[in-house]
Design a protein around this ligand. Structure first.
Ligand code: SF4
Length: 245
């Protein structure tokens, strides 16, 4: 895929990353996207295994030292303390990673811990608080791997509809219907996913209760990306790109 110049974000919990680095060559097309749900206490709690935060941080440092692109991906759950999340962003910034990806947790019918997933208004209030110092210009070093319009959406300044086909998920089972959050089965081919899925049944407007409170990255960042191509938004998106280069 790298040889074909496709951008690959390889999501990993990083448990085997350090030991596996020899299998890869650094490339601007390859990024390790390391799962980190917060500082040590929060991350080890989220993955229910002590010591995994340290393993992941070691792997990030090793990958960066060998010239790889590394981002983090973080799910923010209900009950997250804004000050701790801000501390976490400060910490990740010291690791010299190539960007932080964040997403609110999904209110998922199969999730065992329903109380800790975020409803929409709670999500916006929490993200407003978390981003406040950054949006005020006091945390300029925080580097998010997001379109700025997605951040506007998270804090409630944009109202987007989901683009459920925007980030399709493929695994050993096949192409997941319709997004990776919903366990509705799999298609063998991408063409079947696109053609056979009744897309009108997904997203908030559809009335599908599974989508009602969802603000998750995989459905809404594609919408923000599309919106960023409108002439009135292009300057803002370009400014973000050039501020990172
Ligand atoms: S709103 Fe979109 S991303 Fe969220 S569950 Fe529904 S289809 Fe998936």
């Amino acid at each position: 895929m790298v040889a074909r110049k496709k951008f690959v974000y390889l999501c990993t919990n990083a448990i085997r990353l350090e030991a596996s680095l020899d299998k890869f060559k650094p490339s601007s097309y390859l990024t390790f996207s390391v799962h980190l749900d917060g500082l040590e206490a929060e991350h080890d709690h989220a993955v229910d295994r002590k010591g995994i935060f340290d393993v992941a941080v070691r792997a990030i440092k090793a990958a960066k030292a060998r010239g790889f692109r590394v981002t983090t991906n973080t799910t923010i759950f209900d009950g997250a303390e804004p000050a701790r999340v801000q501390e976490f962003f400060d910490f990740v910034t010291t690791l010299g990673t190539d960007g932080m990806m964040i997403s609110p947790g999904y209110r998922y019918e199969k999730a065992p811990d329903q109380d800790h997933f975020l409803a929409r208004e709670q999500t916006k209030a929490l993200f407003r608080e978390i981003f406040a110092p950054w949006r005020a210009g006091n945390k300029k070093a925080w580097n998010f791997n997001h379109n700025p319009l997605f951040i506007d959406f998270l804090v409630g300044e944009k109202d987007y509809e989901c683009t459920p086909w925007g980030m399709p998920s493929y695994s050993l089972f096949g192409w997941q219907k319709p997004c990776y959050l919903l366990g509705e089965g799999y298609y063998d081919t991408y063409a079947e996913l696109i053609e056979k899925t009744d897309w009108s049944q997904y997203g908030r407007k559809s009335g599908n209760p599974k989508c009602t409170d969802c603000m998750v990255h995989c459905g809404y960042e594609p919408t923000a990306a599309e919106d960023s191509m409108r002439p009135q938004n292009m300057l803002r998106s370009l400014a973000t790109v050039f501020s990172k280069s």
